[in-house]
Design a protein around this ligand. Structure first.
Ligand SMILES: Cc1cc2nc3c(=O)[nH]c(=O)nc-3n(C[C@H](O)[C@H](O)[C@H](O)COP(=O)(O)OP(=O)(O)OC[C@H]3O[C@@H](n4cnc5c(N)ncnc54)[C@H](O)[C@@H]3O)c2cc1C
Length: 445
């Protein structure tokens, strides 16, 4: 990455256009591809220059807002990278490419610490009990999630998050920092609040993003939201309002050391039995495995096996939090995204004898359908750590009791990148040119 030098910024001309008309995002792959196409021209130097600016709700035109699609793999990292490199040199698109790899870094890092997310979920009820034992803290928490604190700009971000399911990256950092260091609330409950309200709410990027802000990812490295930085990056949004009106005068001026309540083993590295490479072009695929159904989950809504299966079944959404259901905005998005995937899969093999289950199915209905359709095996895209993984691991035992096997296949992208995500981002980031090369993702010269 070091050899990718940064040049002068391009002019900002023509760089306008509030996006309120295109939000909330339409939960379909077609809409994701459209959003990508509309963003491509901005993914080079313009992104590099302006990406840190939080312009305010409906005006996030300096960033791609592709995260809800990437989160559920309605569009994939490889196609985003490929299309960006079609339009820009690797040098010009360096920052955007790096951000896409930040997502992969968090996913891979959590994969290497597979006990962290379940431990975090178990910790949540204890955090609530802790707050309830101290009514002042509990009131502070209630005010924070209601967007009724004395910090007006924090309340604004809270409201934007709840209504739109999106916040700019910097707003997420500021919000999390104020939550932890000014309001002195447990990071765990902040992360839980985010994951239930973000359309892109992700066990890896979100949990680890919060831990990074709180100084628990890189020991001793905390993130402090300062009035100066907020003023600089959200100037347009804050224009005409004083620090006092915005509540910026109330922000903590220093961080402190946050105690990690997760048990030590939650942070231990776990050995990952990476699944074997995909069976591309394997002619006896069906013969080998009997009657096979593809299991589609919200973790990957575009993965397809190399040859037509006998059936397709889509798993209903998994609860994102041990505490509460996710917001209606998120629920509607995920449900519709799953339905879009079901319809796309049905179209994919419309000429073959491929059965498609009529709706998204919960665990019981899924088992019944597989038995009714006399399936021998279920094949599924790799499930990264999170609620769907844990749910399918449990399902696996029940499938086995009915004589149905479960085979997991991993995308090559994850296989190449995730093994390098066990340490700091730098270790992974320096390999980006190598990853692009191996995946044949080259700029058009
Ligand atoms: C406290 C906190 C919580 C977060 N929670 C989530 C989450 O639940 N889900 C999520 O996808 N991202 C999360 N992020 C990362 C980041 O804020 C979002 O990915 C980004 O704001 C999405 O907007 P975008 O698509 O316009 O990003 P762009 O700037 O256009 O970036 C393109 C893509 O790169 C990836 N990306 C960009 N920045 C980051 C980053 N810092 N970390 C990981 N991936 C990144 C995303 O997939 C994004 O869609 C969190 C960050 C913080 C600080």
């Amino acid at each position: 990455m070091e050899q990718m030098t940064l040049g002068n910024a391009q002019s900002d001309a023509g760089w306008e256009g509030p996006q309120s008309d295109s939000w909330p995002p339409v939960p379909s792959r077609a809409a994701g591809l459209e959003r990508l196409a509309a963003f491509l021209a901005k993914g080079g130097r313009l992104y590099q220059t302006h990406r840190n600016t939080d312009r305010g709700e409906g005006r996030h035109s300096h960033v791609s807002a592709l995260s809800p699609y990437l989160r559920h793999r309605m569009i994939c990292e490889t196609e985003v990278l490929e299309q960006i490199l079609d339009q820009h040199s690797a040098n010009d698109a360096f920052k955007f490419i790096q951000e896409v790899f930040w997502r992969s870094y968090w996913k891979g890092w959590l994969e290497h610490r597979s006990l962290l997310w379940p431990s975090h979920q178990r910790q949540l009820p204890r955090c609530v009990e802790y707050l309830q034992a101290n009514s002042r803290c509990f009131d502070d928490y209630q005010r924070a999630i209601a967007g009724e604190t004395s910090i007006a700009i924090f309340n604004e971000w809270c409201d934007e998050l709840k209504r739109t399911g999106y916040l700019h990256n910097h707003a997420r950092m500021w919000f999390a920092s104020i939550w932890v260091f000014t309001l002195r609330l447990p990071w765990e409950l902040g992360a839980d609040f985010f994951v239930r309200h973000l359309l892109d709410g992700d066990p890896a990027s979100n949990t680890l993003g919060w831990r990074w802000v709180a100084g628990l990812h890189t020991a001793g490295k905390t993130y402090l939201a300062t009035p100066k930085n907020i003023r600089a990056c959200a100037a347009e949004r804050l224009a005409g309002r004083s620090d006092h009106e915005l509540g910026l005068n109330q922000l903590a001026s220093a961080t402190f050391s946050v105690t990690d309540h997760l048990p030590a083993n939650a942070l231990q590295r776990t050995e990952i039995p990476w699944p074997a490479p995909e069976e591309k072009g394997c002619s006896d695929y069906r013969g080998n495995h009997g009657r096979t159904a593809v299991l589609v989950t919200e973790e990957d809504l575009t993965w397809l096996p190399s040859s037509a299966p006998d059936g397709v079944v889509v798993l209903s959404p998994s609860p994102r939090s041990a505490l509460q259901a996710c917001s209606g905005v998120v629920g509607n998005f995920v449900n519709a995204a799953l339905d879009d995937a079901r319809q796309r899969m049905a179209m994919q093999w419309k000429h073959g004898p491929v059965l498609t289950a009529p709706n998204t199915l919960d665990d019981e209905a899924l088992l019944d359908w597989l038995v009714e359709q006399r399936m021998d095996e279920v094949v599924c895209a790799y499930l990264p750590m999170g609620p769907t993984r844990i749910r399918v691991e449990r399902l696996c035992e029940r499938l086995a009791s009915k004589g149905i096997g479960l085979r997991i296949q991993m995308r090559d992208y994850d296989r190449f990148v995730w093994p390098h995500a066990s340490k700091g981002f730098f270790q992974l980031g320096k390999r980006i040119p190598e990853f692009l090369d191996v995946m044949r993702l080259h700029e058009k010269s």
